[in-house]
Design a protein around this ligand. Structure first.
Ligand code: ADP
Length: 479
């Protein structure tokens, strides 16, 4: 539309407007230099540069200067061009006169421009009723003469006459019109093809992804996102496939958790209620051994509930650590002694190797909790020799400008952990042993609590383990 607008409808007006401005600018240049001693040279230079024939007439119509650069221009080649009358005619017309001529027939027609600067298009609309139509007239006009009255230093009135040729634009417009038919047809075709391509390559994959996303929202985690077409869509569908995979993992964990927790809760509860009922109904069963079983099972329940609460608090960040300087070595030693007392009867031995006391600023309760979780795991999973070794070492940490850090290792001689399980044991509710052997029933939360506590202390942690070669769980803290 823009091309039609500029190149067909308004081409002529724009062209005329440009010509008028050009001729006026040339006139102004000459007017400014009229008192210059080189005026003759200036006129011929200006005239040559802009292809405009120029004459400067005295008030009586005598030619003072003249520059004839365009062959056949009216002001030089038509003998009946009325020079004598022109100066007074221009003066009477407020000092400025536009004339259009049909060069061939030399039919003169005066048509002062209303205001060519502000709207060149208007030059077309000044015809009276009885005159030829705009189009016919357009063919006739091929010369524009602009005359202007100027005054020189001697107060003499001179008349500048400038003659510019106007090439007919009709032929050009017709050519452009034909070109534009082709361009328009091509553009329409191109737009339709483009629209189809856009629909195929952009909208369709998005629609497909949208449908899959709706399926995902209803809980169908097996949904596949197929993003074909272009890079961004392929990336988006990859991301969504990944999201679906992760969501399905969470869903699986949730189901497992419910199964595990309900199993873990039910077993002690069954024992507690069974023993309690027996003690109530059978006088022989009312002994301290059975009472101990009830106490143990209650503790197991408490641990489970505490673990679940701790981990949710730790992981939602609802828990803060209170760092206080304390003797880590003494604190770990105490935990080990207590545990040793508890486990001695079952034949467990925990050795503690530490060559010096380490004091550091940390949350003692939390660090003890983490250590206790590692120790309990080691007891639960250690081998036949029932031995556990805890080692404390001090080392310059290369990751922390070689300042002193402490490393605590808890080593057991148990079954170890398969390599493929190693990256997951720190996850919540992850248990390697999925079959619930009563002896080693855990919540799957212990290591994830260790991880959260050490993360909060900006400490490091890890494990080296091989099947049947025992495991070494370790953590480090800045001293
Ligand atoms: P759990 O309460 O089941 O022990 P954890 O988070 O403490 O949960 O441990 C996650 C899993 O890592 C355990 O189920 C167990 O399979 C494995 N694991 C942890 N500690 C040891 C260990 N010392 N030896 C062998 N396996 C271990």
């Amino acid at each position: 539309m823009l091309l039609w607008f500029f190149q067909v409808i308004f081409l002529n007006s724009f062209y005329k407007g440009i010509k008028i401005n050009e001729i006026k600018a040339t006139a102004n240049t000459i007017e400014k230099s009229i008192n210059d001693e080189n005026i003759e040279t200036i006129i011929s230079t200006v005239s040559e540069n802009s292809d405009i024939c120029i004459k400067v007439l005295s008030s009586s119509g005598e030619t003072i200067y003249s520059s004839h650069v365009v062959k056949g221009c009216i002001i030089h080649s038509k003998p009946d061009f009325d020079e004598k009358a022109l100066p007074s005619e221009v003066t009477n017309n407020d000092g400025e006169l536009f004339q259009y001529y049909n060069h061939d027939g030399y039919t003169r027609e005066t048509e002062p421009e209303p205001n060519p600067d502000s709207d060149p298009a208007l030059t077309n609309n000044t015809q009276a009723q009885d005159k030829p139509s705009a189009e016919e007239k357009e063919k006739e006009k091929d010369t524009l003469i602009y005359s202007k009255t100027i005054v020189n230093a001697n107060d003499e009135e001179l008349t500048l006459v400038l003659n510019s040729m106007i090439s007919p634009v009709n032929a050009t417009v017709n050519t452009l019109r034909v070109q534009l038919y082709y361009i328009t047809a091509f553009m329409i075709l191109f737009s339709v093809i483009l629209a189809l391509v856009i629909a195929k390559w952009i909208s369709r994959p998005i629609e497909a992804i949208n449908n899959s996303a709706k399926m995902l929202a209803t809980g169908d985690y097996s949904t596949q996102f197929k993003g074909t077409g272009y890079k961004e869509i392929a990336e988006l569908s990859d991301t969504l496939n990944y999201t679906a995979k992760e969501l399905s993992k969470v869903e699986l964990l949730r189901q497992e958790l419910i199964a595990n927790i309900s199993h873990d809760l039910r077993t002690p509860l069954t024992l507690i209620s069974g023993y309690a009922e027996a003690m109530r109904d059978l006088p022989d069963e009312n002994n301290s051994e059975n009472a101990q079983i009830i106490v143990d099972e209650t503790k197991r329940l408490t641990t489970l509930v505490n673990d679940v609460m701790d981990i949710s608090k730790l992981q939602t960040g609802n828990i803060s650590i209170h760092r206080q300087p304390y003797d880590l070595t003494a604190s770990l030693g105490d935990s080990i002694n207590r545990m040793n007392k508890l486990m001695e009867m079952d034949g467990y031995q925990i050795h503690f190797i530490a060559d010096q006391d380490v004091t550091l600023a940390a949350d003692e309760t939390r660090i003890s909790q983490a250590f206790y979780n590692l120790l309990t795991n080691a007891i639960n999973y250690t081998g036949e020799d029932k031995k556990i070794t805890v080692t404390q070492t001090i080392f310059p940490n290369p990751a922390d400008d070689l300042t002193d850090w402490v490393r605590i290792e808890v080593a057991d001689s148990g079954e170890g952990i398969a390599e493929e399980d190693l990256p997951y044991i720190w996850d919540r509710y992850y248990k390697v042993d999925k079959t619930h052997k009563r002896a080693v029933t855990g919540t799957g939360l212990g290591l994830s609590i260790v991880k959260s506590i050490l993360d909060m202390h900006h400490g490091d942690y890890g494990v080296t383990s091989k099947i049947n070669e025992g495991s070494v769980f370790w953590f480090t803290l800045k001293i």
